[in-house]
Design a protein around this ligand. Structure first.
Ligand code: NI
Ligand code: MN
Length: 226
């Protein structure tokens, strides 16, 4: 399995011949190396409805006939815009042909802002536990620190955890360091920083602050092989 980081909260997973994108915010993401028009994707996983996470989901799903997996209300909303969806909810897991997906809680909001100054609420935000080839990836989505991360760490052997460090909207570096301890992940990768001035952080300093040399600030496009 190959896992790579593409700026903001965009994570790409390649497993069993399938390409999976988490939170594909590409248009408007000044830090990404991806371009929407030539991006091949089979499956899109969404943590919540905010526009910096749904991103280019509609175009990508339509041009690739990709499946969109998201919390129920968000998936339903996107299905009305003409894409194939699989609805899930927090605590629920499903074995797909490409891997096992379980949604966890996240402490955040979930809404989609339309161009006509309308906010559509899209249920609860989530994190994602993704398991394939015997390896588990945790993408925390956007979230505050919460103590049930200990439970997620106890009940799952997490190989790589992607944790937001941007502060303001999510955990900052200090809270994310506590999350890293509680989740007991073998590798912790910071996400959701430097895309906008209000979430500027030093990802290398964060990675170096973690015990056990488990922190790893990935360059955009950098791949972890599992
Ligand atoms: Ni958000
Ligand atoms: Mn966000």
């Amino acid at each position: 399995m190959k896992v790579s980081y593409h700026g903001h909260s965009v994570v790409k997973i390649e497993t069993e011949g399938k390409t999976i994108l988490i939170d594909p915010f590409i248009t408007g993401n000044g830090l990404t190396d991806l371009s929407v028009d030539d991006l091949k994707v089979d499956v899109i996983l969404l943590t919540h409805g905010h526009n910096d996470h749904v991103g280019d989901t509609l175009q990508l799903a339509k041009q690739n006939d990709a499946l969109v997996i998201a919390p129920f209300e968000l998936a339903t909303y996107l299905s009305w815009k003409g894409v194939k969806v699989h609805e899930m909810h927090i605590g629920g897991a499903h074995q797909f042909e490409f891997g096992h997906v379980k949604l966890t809680q996240a402490f955040h909001g979930s809404s989609y802002t339309e161009e006509n100054q309308t906010i559509v609420y899209t249920g609860m935000p989530s994190g994602i536990l993704f398991t394939a080839e015997g390896k588990t990836i945790f993408h925390a989505g956007d979230t505050a620190l919460f103590s049930d991360m200990k439970l997620i760490g106890e009940r799952n052997t997490i190989d790589v955890a992607f944790l937001p460090i941007g502060d303001n909207f999510t955990m900052g570096p200090e809270d994310a360091a506590v999350a890293a301890e509680w989740l007991q992940a073998k590798t912790v990768v910071p996400i959701h920083y430097n895309t906008f001035p209000v979430i500027e952080q030093d990802p290398v300093a964060f990675a170096e602050s973690l015990s056990g040399k488990k922190g790893r600030a990935l360059a955009v496009g950098e791949v972890i092989e599992l």
